[in-house]
Design a protein around this ligand. Structure first.
Ligand code: SF4
Length: 481
């Protein structure tokens, strides 16, 4: 935790008198997928309005601003962002609202396009001007190209030009179109309110919060259209022609425990991981404690399987957002102490198994271990519910560079020494995949195996589109397109 970030969360709803309110709550429940910026675009059937800004949903749409009231329209899409291409700036917040020869369109994206730089070069060579540094803007240029507009299905035609991971929501004045890449890397699902309005969202937890029901996932390579006639579907890639590559990290860390993604509840999946981890790496200990929140379900499974007591030796503060301390003061250990507190009664004089979902750089984990040692833990056995991460992600998860990854150039003995633990055990890749419901080859596992399902240029990074250091002097408006 605290070392890897998701790319974004999406929510869209058609034809509901409370569409904007519901989008606000939907985004709230997806806040774990991105806290850098938030935005909502809504349509009254003729025009689209958009408001977005930097920060969490609560901050952008804070009480008293009246933005939600001004946006009140029966159809809306919303977005929460964590940047994976383009820096964390107001110009890159979404939805991106534009006008082209066919009218207005607002676009919201979760994922990462791996051919965005190439496409942008192509358009810039013909004089196109870009106003953001995110990969999403290139999609609008593709949509507006006259030869694409004349295609019988312009959107399907445009999607076939994109490579990488993408779940996309397009809000037009009269409809929403939602699309998922042919590999189905990021999750996207369909729900319905009690009164029959259709919804699309990154995770099903967004349906729970507004009392809507989960219907199904958007299939890889599918476009779902929500309009006055209800829901219709078409495919821009023939079903069955591409082997899916669902990001299994969504199940391990990113998605919320009450969500159903890739056909399975996230909490249940993580408990299975914990049980498998206990089989692969048992430990002689007094108690199993999780690193909350994402390690909790796996720790429950580990404790069940190993017949050891489960307890909360670490508790998370949910009231610490971004901390306003200077970078010099901000050590990893301090950050850990602000976010996680030790329950000494559980830890002192006990041998403990600490279960976490993953380890990225390792500095944060070492901070937690030191805190537990200071509290008097007798022995600390670190257990991790995924294999050692050795490769970066190019499909929408912001890992550090390969060189910064703890497991990149260390063996298990060196990792144990670095973390200052008595033992360390990682889940095997085979063990991880054995817990999954779908066949093993239906998942992306590139951050462990280095086998990328879509070929990538490993020299590209999240700032590849920041060619000219966009300098916005003064108070660049956070919003209002
Ligand atoms: S590389 Fe890892 S984090 Fe990225 S999509 Fe694949 S499994 Fe997910």
């Amino acid at each position: 935790m605290f070392e890897k970030e998701e790319s974004c969360g999406l929510f869209g709803i058609f034809g509901d008198p409370e569409a904007v309110q519901k989008t606000y709550f939907g985004l709230y429940s997806l806040q774990h997928r991105g806290q850098e910026s938030a935005g909502i675009a809504s349509s009254n059937g003729e025009f689209i309005q958009c408001y977005k800004g930097m920060g969490s949903v609560n901050r952008v749409f804070r009480r008293g601003t009246g933005f939600l009231e001004k946006l009140a329209n029966p159809t809306a899409i919303g977005h929460v962002r964590y940047s994976t291409t383009g820096s964390s700036k107001s110009i890159n917040s979404q939805p991106l609202l534009s006008e082209y020869s066919r009218g207005q369109v607002a676009v919201a994206h979760n994922g990462n396009l791996i051919n965005a730089a190439l496409l942008r070069d192509e358009y810039e060579a013909y004089g196109s001007i870009f106003k953001s540094t995110s990969d999403t803007e290139v999609i609008i240029h593709l949509l507006a190209k006259p030869t694409h507009i004349s295609n019988p299905d312009p959107l399907a035609h445009v999607l076939n030009h994109l490579q990488g991971a993408y779940c996309l929501l397009f809000l037009y004045a009269d409809r929403i179109e939602a699309a998922r890449d042919p590999y189905g890397i990021r999750p996207l699902c369909i729900g319905q309110t009690e009164k029959g309005s259709y919804i699309v969202a990154s995770e099903s937890c967004a349906f729970d919060i507004i009392g809507a029901k989960f219907i199904r996932e958007v299939e890889p390579g599918e476009i779902v259209r929500l309009d006055k006639d209800g829901l219709s579907s078409r495919f821009f890639v023939k079903p069955g022609t591409v082997t899916p590559a669902h990001c299994i990290f969504e199940h391990i860390y990113f998605a919320k425990q009450n969500s159903t993604i890739f056909g399975e509840n996230v909490h249940e999946f993580r408990k299975k991981l914990g049980r498998q981890l206990a089989i692969e790496h048992p430990a002689d200990a007094d108690v199993v404690i999780p690193v909350p929140d994402s390690g909790t379900s796996a720790a429950i499974g580990y404790a069940e399987q190993s017949k050891l007591p489960f307890d909360m030796g670490l508790v998370r503060s949910h009231y610490v957002g971004r901390t306003f301390i200077s970078p010099e003061q901000k050590t990893r250990e301090q950050e850990v102490k602000l976010k996680l507190a030790v329950v000494k009664e559980i830890v002192t004089n006990n041998s403990i198994v600490v279960v976490d979902d993953s380890i990225v750089r390792g500095t944060t984990t070492r901070g937690k271990i030191r805190t537990l040692r200071q509290a008097g833990a007798k022995q600390i056995h670190m257990r991790v519910s995924c294999p050692p991460i050795r490769h970066p992600c190019f499909y929408g998860v912001d890992f550090p560079t390969r060189e910064e990854l703890l497991a990149n150039n260390r063996n298990l003995k060196q990792i144990k020494e670095f973390l200052e633990v008595d033992s360390v055990g990682y889940m095997s890749l085979e063990g991880l995949l054995s817990c999954a419901t779908l066949p093993a080859d239906n998942y992306c596992t590139a951050c462990w195996s280095g086998k990328y399902p879509i070929p990538v240029d490993t020299t590209v990074n999240k700032f590849s589109l920041e060619r000219y250091q966009l300098q916005m002097f003064g108070d660049y408006p956070e919003t209002n397109e």
